[in-house]
Design a protein. Structure first.
Length: 94
């Protein structure tokens, strides 16, 4: 998959983080507390506004119980978008 820009990369990465957070039934605030960062940091990562430091990246992977590489598997992006939309619209309850 070819990414056209850094912004697109960051948005896709953020979607993956959000999906794994939702699958572990954590709020942004809860995840932030476990990562020793702010909820604004988590929000920024999930929206593609910012990218985590390596320290936070590895904390996210540990807390969300995934390999750090899972955040970069963008070929699953359609499924990620579908799951997030279904959750946001109340079709999926975790």
């Amino acid at each position: 998959m070819w990414l056209r820009s850094k912004k697109e990369f960051m948005k896709k990465f953020g979607k993956r983080v959000k999906m794994f957070r939702l699958l572990t039934n954590l709020t942004q605030e809860q995840l932030a507390e476990k990562c020793d960062c702010s909820a604004q940091t988590i929000s920024g990562i999930e929206t593609g506004y910012s990218f985590p430091s390596s320290n936070i990246l590895f904390k996210l992977a540990e807390i969300l119980e995934v390999s750090p590489a899972e955040f970069f598997k963008f070929e699953a992006d359609n499924l990620t978008s579908y799951l997030i939309k279904a959750y946001d619209e109340g079709f999926i309850k975790l």
